[in-house]
Design a protein around this ligand. Structure first.
Ligand SMILES: [Zn+2]
Length: 186
């Protein structure tokens, strides 16, 4: 897995890039939580469920179906997030799916069950630059530092670039004649 420090960052970066008019703060926060949600499946180990089981780690909770179901639930609470049900559903689905995409970019463990329940196959991306994180009991070690350095390079820095670039573009648009800051997404 990728660490829970890094999982919310792509969602935060995209939300900051798009601006609070498009992605209200409550929806942004819900998306960051949704990006961590799939790793609750580590509780399966406590129940004796094997890693490779459909309900084990990186199983059904990392599937596209689970991401879609999270979006449907979020649509029901759309007004809580201060936006339309459709926007809530799309954002939360995307945020949840971002989790398994990051996991699929790691270089260890089993892949993610994107197509569950239609296929039990576990998938990785063809390019996997992110060091896989050990579980919490092995994290506070030299290996944990190596993982954080890898995530800083391949997740934190690209997220920072995305957020700053988006913010810069919105600032530029806001300064154009006839454009108010509100129209630019602030
Ligand atoms: Zn995961």
């Amino acid at each position: 897995m990728t660490t829970l420090i890094s999982h919310p960052l792509p969602v935060l970066a995209l939300g900051l890039a798009l601006g609070s008019r498009l992605i209200p703060p409550r929806l942004l926060l819900a998306g960051m939580l949704a990006a961590c949600l799939p790793d609750l499946d580590v509780l399966a180990f406590k129940c004796g469920i094997a890693y490779g089981d459909a309900f084990g780690h990186r199983g059904f909770s990392h599937s596209l179906l689970f991401a879609g179901m999270s979006g449907v639930l979020a649509a029901l609470g759309g007004y809580v997030f201060g936006c339309s049900p459709l926007k809530s559903a799309l954002w939360i689905s995307l945020a949840t799916a971002s989790h398994s995409l990051l996991d699929a970019l790691t270089n260890g463990g089993l892949g993610v069950a994107w197509l569950w329940p239609w296929s039990p196959q576990r998938f990785f991306m063809p390019w996997r630059p992110i060091e896989v994180s050990p579980f919490i009991d092995g994290f506070f070690s030299a290996r944990g530092v190596q993982v954080l350095l890898s995530e800083a390079r391949w997740v934190w820095l690209p997220c920072l670039i995305l957020a700053v670039t988006g913010w810069g573009l919105r600032c530029t648009l806001a300064r154009r004649p006839g454009k108010s800051p509100r129209q630019a997404g602030f």
